[in-house]
Design a protein around this ligand. Sequence first.
Ligand SMILES: *[C@@H]1O[C@H](CO)[C@@H](O)[C@H](O)[C@H]1NC(C)=O
Length: 247
Amino acid sequence: MGIIIPSSAFLLGIDIFLQADTYRYTDAGTWSAPLHFIDANDDPPSSCGVEYSRDCGTGGCVVSAIKNYTSRVQSSSLSDADVAMAAKFLVHFIGDIHQPLHDEGLDLGGNEIDVTFGGESTNLHHIQWDTNIPEKYVGGYALSDAKSFAATLTTSIKTGSYESEKASWLDGIDLSDPVTSATSWASEANAYVCSTVMPDGISAVEKTDLSGTYYTKAIPVVELQIAKAGYRLAAWLDLITSGSTGL
Ligand SMILES: *[C@@H]1O[C@H](CO)[C@@H](O)[C@H](O)[C@H]1NC(C)=O
C-alpha cells in the first residue's frame, strides 16, 4: 500500500465514520456501541487517567476493538467481507479514540452534560469534537469542507506547525501490542478532559454557551487530536500492510 498520507487515510475514514455510527444504533449493531469508547473511571478535573483492566468493560471497548480488528484485518482465514469490515471498524475506532470524551466515563462521556453552542441546545460530548466545535472551525460538514481541512492538516504536518513534533506522535507505536499502543492514545486524549474539556468541573460548563472563549481554547486541542488521529491511522495501516510506518 505504500505511504498513506494522513489526509487520504482520514478521508478514507469519513464515509466509514458515518457507517459505523449509523450501525451502532441499529438492532443488529447494538453490540458494537461500547466499541466506540473506553469509559475511564477517573475523577476529572482533579484526576484523569485510563486503566485498561479497570475501564474496558465486559462488552469490550475502543482499545480491545482496535486489538481485535487489527488482528482480524490481518487474518488469512476470514472471509473478504469480514476483513473489509475489520478494516472499516479499525479506521473508525482509531479516529474515535482521539476524541477526549470517547475516553471518559463521567456522565456517559459528557453526553449527559447539557450545554448550548451559539444558542443551540446540545451536550458536551456532541459539541466538544463530534460536531459543533470542528464544524464551526472547518466551516461545515460537507465532503469539500473535510477535504480542505485534511489538506490544511497535511500541510501543517509536512511543513508547518506540527512538522517537528510529528515523530513523537509515533512514540511507542507497536503493531504487536495494540492494547499498549491504543491505551497510550486513549490516556493522552483523556488527559485533555482535565486540562481543556472541563478544567473547572462540570458546573463551569453545564447550561453554559461554549461557542466563545471555551471554543477558542478547545480548537488547538481538537485540531491537534485530529492531526494525530490521521497520522497514527496512516502509520498503523502502513505497519499492517508493509511492516513499516513509512514515515
Ligand atoms: C472481534 O470481532 C468479531 C467481529 O466483529 C466479534 O464477533 C468478536 O466477538 C470480537 N472479539 C473480541 C474478543 O472482541
